[in-house]
Design a protein around this ligand. Sequence first.
Ligand code: ADP
Length: 257
Amino acid sequence: EEEYEEIAPLLKRIQFQQEQLKRDQKEIEKASLIRQEFSANVSHELKTPLHAISGYAELVENGMVKKEDIQPFAGKIREVTKRMLKLVEDIIELTKLDNGGAEMKWEECDMYFIAKNAIDSLEVEAASSGVDVTLKGSKAPIRAISQLLYSIVYNLCENGIKYNHSGGKVEVDVQQSAVGIILRVKDTGIGIPPESMERIFERFYRVDKSRSKEVGGTGLGLSIVKHSVSIHGGNIEVKSKIGEGTEFIVKLPNESE
Ligand code: ADP
């Protein structure tokens, strides 16, 4: 009887540990599946543009392209190469994020300043799409990984431009709250269908694959955003109406306060 009293808590602990192990095992299996799927997707996404480039080169090599068509052909090759480059850059960024941003530096940042930089670097893209990007708010200090904050604003804004109409708007708003920082990116674009709302943060998921490709998308932007937000312990919300527009709301806690 007395012995049992000693053993019971021990058994309970072992049982608990076994359950924990099972849960860990499941998590590992899930992660491994996601990685396998990711590798398969990466190979596919890289092969497509490589085939295109190789095809163009072959036509030129075999003299199948008229002299005056060679220049537009080179343009196509450059376009496809640019897309591949963006894809490789996004994959590298995601891989770094998969390591939890371990090598990245936390520092005192200003979200407003970072948002301004990101918007400035999208100026040409915005102008050529006929989309007006505005920034509201004021100084918003936060202890964070600055390159990831930049990625968050850049990707959300770029999507607001890409999935918009000429004459449309993107409004960026940076506010400081008692607990941290709130970033809103609101566009007057095409909107996201309700059935896709849950999937847009998945790697390589696109609502409209051909539109995404046309505007130079990789299908990785929002996964980079979500990952970056979660490394900062924050959360992201999305509201959207087809034909009216989309709003992303990012909340980042400020631990330095
Ligand atoms: P992509 O490189 O294709 O833009 P993302 O991961 O950034 O990839 O976004 C995934 C998909 O979500 C996009 O292909 C697009 O269909 C949809 N999406 C993202 N942002 C918006 C937006 N602001 N308005 C409408 N659709 C959007």
